[in-house]
Structure formats: structure tokens, C-alpha cells
Write a protein that binds this ligand. Structure first.
Ligand code: AMP
Ligand code: MG
Length: 275
């Protein structure tokens, strides 16, 4: 493909409801006609635009934006957050990361700890992992019976519907790297002393379960990409393209909200601040 399809990037990457995605045949290195050099200027432009959009979102104080980030280990969730957050004023943006649930969290329903972190009016919240872990790692490791996780797709869709009905815009980003790319990234974590802290031996056991994770992700994409809370499947082997796609999608999503600065008080023209 040679056409630079930025304008359609969102449409290209959005997963239509009910789609059976075959991740094994999905090109994780795709760049949709973009080259790294050309993308840098576009990326800078997108980030400027995101900065302005977030200021409007914050000033208007009406909409809420929830960005859900999922991906297999080493897919680049942290790197994406670093890049995207760069464009935002920290006052209106927060990140919530979800790890193995604590005892208190496990004593509640699985959405309890998640709901506590959804964005307030005027705010953007990025989820680094999310309630989707409850149909991913939980499924792959059989942490609850099959019948329990099976019904969660429905809960999740309905809960997300409620959030959107109440004024939250939801964007879900699945960062997809292929198996070779994961090997290289995990190896780099071992080889570079300053990256070693990111590696745990458990990562190898998880890598062994690659096909199970892929099947779990495919089911997530098929069953929980909805009109109100779509998934975007981001080819993430190339970090620069991943960042471009994410910035594009967030910009497009915020643009659609038609964000406006609040009307200033009347009669401000001609006012001069006294010495
Ligand atoms: P990291 O994002 O690398 O800090 O790792 C967080 C870990 O927490 C991952 O191994 C996740 O699979 C795990 N985790 C997140 N949510 C859940 C959950 N609901 N149940 C079990 N494990 C989880
Ligand atoms: Mg990790």
C-alpha cells in the first residue's frame, strides 16, 4: 500500500462490531503508507492539536474521555502513555494502572475497582490495563470458572453503555505486536541493564501462553467492540506508527465532541485592568 491514509486511519483500524479478527494474519508491522520520516511532522501536528483539544475539554467541563489501553506484554502500553500524556496538561489527565487485584478488590465485583477511576467531567483518564483483564488473564489462567468469565462480555458492554449514556466517551486501543517483536523486546529488556527491572521470569511463562492470549484477545475484539465503545486494533511493531495512530484516533475522537470554550461573561469588551 502506498497511499498515505491518515484521514482514514481511524476507519481502517476500528473494529466493526462482531468482527472475527484473525490476529495471526494481522500485520503488526503495517504503516498504511507512512514512512518514519514523514510521520514525525504529522505526529508533532497531532500533538499540538491534542493539546488544544484537551484544553477545550477541560475548560468546557462537560465531556469525559476514557482511553482503555490493552496489549500483550511488551506491546508498548507504557511508551504510548508517555507519548500521549506529553500532549496533555497533567491537571486534566490521569492514568490508572490495574495490577493483580488486592484482597479488598477481590472481595468486590470486578468492576468495582475500575469504576472508581473513570473520568470526571472535563477530564481524560487513561487505563493502563483495565476490566478487560477480567476476560484475558483471568480466562487464560482459569482464575474463575468459564461460566463466570463468559458472562462478563455482556456486563462489560452494558457497563460501558451506561458510562457513555452518562457522558463518557470511550476509546479502546489494543496494541498488537507479533510474536517475533515480543521476543526482541523481551530480549532487549534482558540485554540492557537499565531495562532489566522490567523483566520478570513470569514473562516467559506468559509468552508460552501466547496462543491462549491471542484467542482471548480475539474474543474481546469480536464481542466488545460496540458502536458506543469501539476497539481500535493498532499495529504496534513500529513505535512511531503506533504513536501516530493513537494520536490520530484520539484527535478524531475529541474533534467529534465539538468542544467549545465556555462563553465569557457579557460586557468584557473594553475593560482595562486598573493599575
Ligand atoms: P504490569 O502491567 O506489567 O505492571 O503487570 C500487571 C499484572 O497484573 C499483569 O500480569 C496483569 O495480567 C495482572 N492483572 C491485572 N489485572 C488483573 C486481574 N483482574 N486479575 C489478575 N491479574 C491481573
Ligand atoms: Mg508488564
Amino acid at each position: 500500500m502506498t497511499e498515505r491514509s491518515t484521514d482514514r486511519l481511524g476507519d481502517l483500524l476500528r473494529v466493526a462490531p462482531g468482527t472475527r479478527v484473525d490476529l495471526d494474519s494481522f500485520d503488526a508491522a503495517a504503516t498504511h503508507g507512512w514512512a518514519k520520516e514523514g510521520a514525525a511532522a504529522q505526529q508533532a501536528e497531532y500533538e499540538l492539536h491534542l493539546t488544544e483539544l484537551q484544553e477545550r475539554l477541560w475548560a468546557e467541563g462537560r465531556h469525559k474521555l476514557l482511553v482503555v489501553l490493552q496489549g500483550i506484554d511488551a506491546a508498548g502500553k507504557d511508551g504510548t502513555i508517555r507519548h500521549v500524556m506529553d500532549a496533555f496538561n497533567p491537571q486534566g489527565c490521569s492514568v490508572a494502572g490495574f495490577k493483580v487485584p488486592s484482597e479488598v478488590e477481590r472481595a468486590h465485583d470486578y468492576l468495582w475497582r475500575i469504576h472508581a477511576h473513570t473520568p470526571a467531567s472535563g477530564q481524560i483518564t487513561i487505563f493502563n490495563r483495565s476490566h478487560y483483564e477480567d476476560v484475558l488473564v483471568v480466562r487464560v489462567h482459569g482464575l474463575v470458572p468459564r461460566a463466570t468469565w463468559q458472562r462478563r462480555y455482556r456486563h462489560i458492554n452494558e457497563w460501558e453503555r451506561m458510562l457513555t449514556d452518562e457522558g463518557t466517551t470511550i476509546v479502546k486501543l489494543f496494541l498488537y505486536i507479533d510474536r517475533d517483536e515480543q521476543r526482541e523486546r523481551l530480549q532487549a529488556r534482558l540485554d540492557e541493564p537499565d531495562k532489566r527491572w522490567k523483566f520478570s521470569k513470569g514473562d516467559l511463562a506468559e509468552r508460552d501462553r501466547w496462543p491462549d492470549y491471542i484467542a482471548a484477545f480475539e474474543e474481546v475484539l469480536r464481542r466488545t467492540s460496540t458502536e458506543w465503545a469501539p476497539w481500535y486494533l493498532i499495529p504496534a511493531n513500529r513505535k512511531w506508527f503506533r504513536n501516530l495512530a493513537v494520536a490520530h484516533i484520539l484527535g478524531e475522537t475529541l474533534d467529534a465532541l465539538d468542544l467549545r470554550y465556555p462563553q465569557p461573561e457579557e460586557g468584557l469588551e473594553g475593560i482595562v485592568i486598573p493599575r
